[in-house]
Design a protein around this ligand. Structure first.
Ligand code: HEC
Length: 212
């Protein structure tokens, strides 16, 4: 009888340890989540999927489509992508719905707000001929974006706030290898530029210049 009591206690400890382990594993998975998704998938999501899913902040996925239908839905818009990319795109919608913001990229905004070809390449989606570039935190005021392409280019660009609002220069077209776009920021916050390169060309340089 007594022995069984000790056995029971031991079992209880084992269960408690397993439970704590599982909780820690879940917490770790939750924290790791933010570092897991590649910049390429984030860029693709913000260019292709956000057209329809931008600013969906319902807190969680509805799962109305079911997993298999969701997978073919993703493939329809993302094209033939690897299972890993498909998985990442799925997670990105989950993230947007839960956190109500763009997924943080590892391509941090440099203090001088100048971007060179190497970083810009990572923020380019070749299939869509489009860039999604975080500009960082901007205070209210006027700014200019200087762009330099490897050849004559035509672009159409949008300035987007972290609340998914299109703030300025929607559909402005710029032609020439060197170009500038002027825009105004009304309230302080994180901003992004989504830019469609109409005539294929690669961005070599981008700088955000405050105009005071
Ligand atoms: C033309 C508009 C459109 C585009 C582009 C689009 N979707 Fe959707 N998507 C929808 C609609 C409509 C639904 C069904 C309603 C909902 O759940 O939002 C949906 C549903 C989903 C769901 C299931 C949502 C849930 O709550 O269970 C996932 C996951 C999803 N889309 C991912 C993506 C990804 C990833 C991309 C980009 C590769 C993408 N979608 C591109 C319109 C679009």
């Amino acid at each position: 009888m007594k022995d069984r009591g000790i056995d029971g206690k031991r079992k209880a400890w084992v269960w408690a340890a397993c439970f704590c382990g599982a909780v820690f594993a879940l917490l770790a998975a939750q924290t790791c989540f933010a570092a897991d998704i590649s910049t390429a998938s984030s860029v693709r999501f913000n260019i292709v999927c956000a057209k329809c899913h931008e600013g969906e902040c319902s807190g969680r996925l509805s799962f109305d489509l079911g997993r298999a239908a969701a997978e073919s839905h993703i493939e329809r818009y993302a094209g033939k992508v690897s299972p890993l990319t498909r998985q990442e795109l799925y997670k990105l919608l989950e993230y947007m719905k839960r956190e109500c913001r763009y997924y943080p990229f590892d391509a941090a905004v440099p203090a001088n707000r100048k971007r060179e070809a190497g970083t810009l390449q990572k923020l380019y989606d070749e299939a869509e001929h489009a860039y999604f570039i975080p500009l960082g935190k901007l205070s209210p005021g006027s700014y200019r974006i200087d762009l330099c392409f490897d050849r004559e280019a035509g672009v159409s660009a949008e300035l987007i706030s972290s609340r998914f609002e299109i703030e300025d220069f929607s559909g402005v077209k710029v032609t020439g290898a060197v170009a500038s776009i002027a825009f105004r920021v009304k309230s302080e916050g994180e901003y992004y530029i989504r830019m469609l390169v109409i005539r294929p060309a690669l961005l070599r340089y981008l700088e955000v210049v405050p105009l005071h």
